[in-house]
Design a protein. Structure first.
Lengths: 144, 441
């Protein structure tokens, strides 16, 4: 399934959470994601992100690492330690480009790491890929 | 070319030629000989309107305010004129006012064109219940110009029609919004506040109606019968309209496009308009309605494709679709070569590099990133600074600022604090530990 199929797919039952401490980033990512038809919610710190995860149970989490109150690594740790969210896909969006950070995030359970600055191509490729997996997992679960 | 500029250019040109021709070829009786001079001046008024119809205006708020000041300035002039020539009586006061009001209405017509076109740039939103949006008063005012022309031709007076057209305007405003004083205050004093266009026009028309009704009751058919005041008023108003254009063209809209207007009129998509202001982004808890957004996006694409038209002056009109390859080129130019770190980078440089107009780029920025070019640039620089600060422990603020594309440490500090909510120093203290931990783990 390619990007255009994901764009056409009915994703209205899914929610994507975007967590970033910079408001402009949230505005931008939200705007870019508006071409998909899933719900988008946003959070500006790690604690708020966890609250929103509990509230909206997003299928995909787009997570910045450097956030106040609770940083992105801690959020990944919390999410991955909870079985309820084991299916949730996590894509890290971070300005940190040191390989240690990438390894750390992926080791802790992130599914993908995108280095900022975010471009349309990076974001659409990643989100479409993640949703292909989410839809595939959903189909498997139904068949199972 | 934008639709609003077409709407102002064409009537202005038609108005100019029509009035000019009429003033030259009109029958030579007593009434028309007076009217002739007047019409000749009006034709130049239209010409000024045409000359000033710069489609790049964005400062609608400013020139609305300016108009009000000018209108106020006109009052003592009028009173002084009336007093000098006729003695100040209620009856002739209204007569004189009625002679000038048509010009005021023409101004309002021009203003409405701008208002309708540039509604977005001052964040005037269309009420979700209002299917017509600002197009209605806008069209009503266009209609006014035509009616004025016809009526003048037939009767040599504006008065009765004034009343009729005020009523139309009033109706359009009643449809468009209510009349709350608080909205008016917000409109004038808070540039970025989102207010409804309706109250402003409603208020204006209501006040003018209060003048017109007694004039109808007390007055008789009136026409311009004093050359001096006519010429003075016309020149004044023509200059004023010209100034509107100058003020307007001093900047250019970052936001408005035919697409935006169509989108709002078709879908009442307030979600989109909310995301435009950085100061109050739409970051509510409630998930946005997905199907609606998707539908409007698809339709927006259609609208963009529909109105795209080549222009001889500019490769791409502002409303034209900024195609995907150009979008990629934009990101490539900005990011891959790290051009955003160059201090001298401006919107003009980028648009020139891409071979598009500044307007096109602005519209693209808004529709794709939901923010202005300068905000986007700051965002990129601050993101870059985040990593840079962690990588360069001993760098001074000035060094960081320069490395990140800022001319001074204070400019950098200000931009950084605005985006992240903390100063670079606090930020460094907060995250350097986290970064070090990752490196050693």
């Amino acid at each position: 399934m390619g990007i255009y199929n994901i764009l056409d797919a009915d994703l209205s039952e899914y929610t994507v959470l975007v967590a970033d401490d910079i408001e402009l980033n949230l505005v931008m990512v939200r705007k870019m994601l508006s071409r998909y038809n899933f719900n988008v919610v946003t959070a500006q710190d790690g604690r708020e992100a966890l609250d929103k995860i509990a509230k909206y149970k997003p299928a995909l989490l787009l997570l910045d690492l450097m956030m106040p109150v609770m940083n992105g690594f801690e959020v990944i740790g919390k999410v991955r330690s909870d079985d309820e969210y084991s299916q949730m896909r996590i894509v890290v969006l971070s300005a940190l480009n040191a390989s240690e950070s990438v390894v750390e995030a992926l080791t802790m359970g992130a599914d993908e790491f995108i280095t900022k600055p975010i471009t349309m191509q990076k974001l659409y490729d990643s989100v479409s890929k993640q949703f292909e997996l989410i839809l595939a997992m959903g189909a498997d679960a139904k068949e199972g | 070319m934008r639709v609003q500029s077409i709407f102002i250019l064409i009537p202005s040109l038609i108005g100019f030629f029509w009035f000019f021709a009429y003033s030259v070829f009109a029958p030579k009786d007593k009434l028309f000989s007076k009217l002739k001079r007047y019409i000749l001046i009006v034709s130049f008024f239209f010409l000024f309107g045409f000359l000033s119809a710069d489609p790049h205006a964005k400062m609608m708020l400013h020139f609305t305010l300016f108009e009000q000041v000018c209108a106020l300035a006109l009052v003592p002039c009028l009173l002084s004129y009336i007093y000098e020539y006729n003695g100040l009586t209620t009856r002739n006061l209204f007569h004189r006012l009625c002679n000038v009001l048509p010009f005021m209405h023409l101004i309002m017509g021009v203003e409405s064109v701008y208002t309708a076109g540039y509604a977005d740039s001052v964040q005037i939103y269309i009420d979700a219940n209002t299917a017509h949006g600002p197009m209605f008063p806008y069209l009503a005012n266009q209609g006014q110009m035509v009616f004025y022309a016809c009526y003048t031709y037939m009767f040599g007076t504006f008065l009765l029609l004034n009343f009729l057209l005020f009523a139309i305007n009033l109706m359009s405003c009643a449809i468009n919004g209510n009349c709350r004083p608080a909205d008016l205050v917000r409109f004038y004093f808070k540039r970025n506040s989102r207010v409804n266009l309706g109250p402003v026009m409603y208020f204006e028309n209501l006040v003018m109606l209060l003048v017109i009704v007694p004039a109808l009751l007390l007055g008789r058919k009136c026409y311009v019968d004093n050359t001096v005041i006519t010429i003075a008023a016309c020149l004044f108003l023509a200059t004023f309209v010209f100034l509107i254009g100058l003020v307007g063209s001093a900047g250019y809209s970052q936001k408005i496009s035919l697409n935006g207007l169509l989108r709002r009129i078709r879908f009442g998509d307030e979600q989109e308009s909310d995301a435009q202001t950085v100061s109050e982004p739409d970051l509510t808890d409630t998930p946005s309605a997905p199907v609606h957004k998707y539908a409007s996006y698809a339709a927006l694409d259609d609208a963009q494709g529909m109105i795209a038209e080549p222009s001889a002056l500019d490769d791409r009109a502002p409303g034209e679709l900024f195609d995907e390859s150009l979008g990629l080129e934009f990101e490539h130019f900005m990011l891959e070569k790290k051009v955003f770190l160059r201090n001298e980078l401006t919107l003009g440089i980028v648009s020139e590099h891409l071979g598009v107009s500044k307007d096109t780029l602005c519209v693209y920025m808004d529709t794709t990133y939901g923010m202005s070019f300068s905000n986007y640039l700051n965002m990129l620089r601050v993101e870059y600074a985040e990593q840079y600060i962690l990588d360069h422990d001993d760098a001074t603020q000035k060094e960081i600022a320069v490395a990140c594309g800022y001319s001074s440490a204070s400019a950098f500090n200000s931009a950084f604090s605005k985006l992240t909510g903390v100063t670079p120093k606090i930020w460094k203290d907060r995250y350097s530990e986290m970064s070090r931990r990752n490196k050693t783990s």
